[in-house]
Design a protein. Structure first.
Length: 221
């Protein structure tokens, strides 16, 4: 399945920015994987920018942060990090690794569903499978938390948040380069699903778990 048409993942002046710059000395497979991320076509609801990557997880890293925006409301946000170790990594079973954080606020009654963690994990695996992407060594956590307000904040409605932290090893293709553009598109599918947006292609995700019918926008203090 082709990536959804919409905004590109690159930004004006990205090559000159601290966050988006990749050293010319970086291995060719890593640079090619990053170029694919920058050229991906995404849904128009996705706003995405490069951000400062972690320094200690791998010899080479590139990071993106994104939000699902509808009107003036951020429905969900997340961070995707591409790691590369040319020597390979035993835990990864490969030379590349994708690491992500995705989060959104939900209606409290939806967050109380005992099956919610399993449902959210199935969204991630389903998003990858729907685009025909193979991945190895997947791992992660699904966390839900609730906030109740008191005193000067007592008028605020209780809020519940779901958070997915996960990592997986993308299958490497020609030249040892994974299809990072498709992995980014699948990750954006996950963001949109946790935000409660319908899929662009109604045949997408057939047989998978449906999106949550309600979610909550950001709270103002």
């Amino acid at each position: 399945m082709a990536a959804a048409q919409g905004q590109r993942s690159d930004g004006a002046g990205e090559m000159e920015s601290t966050e988006g710059k990749v050293a010319e000395s970086a291995p060719l497979p890593f640079r090619a994987a990053v170029d694919a991320l920058r050229g991906a076509r995404l849904r128009p609801e996705i706003e995405i920018d490069p951000t400062k990557p972690p320094k200690r997880l791998a010899p080479h890293a590139y990071a993106l942060e994104a939000a699902v925006v509808e009107g003036d409301e951020d429905l969900a946000d997340g961070r995707l990090v591409l790691l590369h170790d040319p020597a390979g990594h035993d835990a990864w079973q490969g030379t590349f690794r994708l690491v992500t954080l995705v989060r959104a606020e939900l209606e409290p009654e939806m967050a109380a569903d005992p099956l919610l963690p399993e449902v959210c994990w199935s969204w991630l695996t389903g998003a990858l499978q729907a685009r025909g992407l193979a991945c190895g060594e997947p791992s992660g956590t699904v966390t839900r938390a609730g906030s109740h307000y008191f005193g000067g904040l007592s008028e605020r409605t209780p809020a519940s948040q779901i958070e997915i932290r996960a990592s997986w090893t993308p299958r490497e293709g020609a030249g040892g380069v994974p299809d990072t553009a498709s992995h980014l598109a699948a990750w954006c599918d996950l963001l949109c699903q946790i935000a409660g947006l319908p899929p662009v292609n109604q045949s997408y995700g057939e047989g998978s778990v449906v999106s949550l019918p309600q979610r909550r926008g950001p709270q103002t203090p």
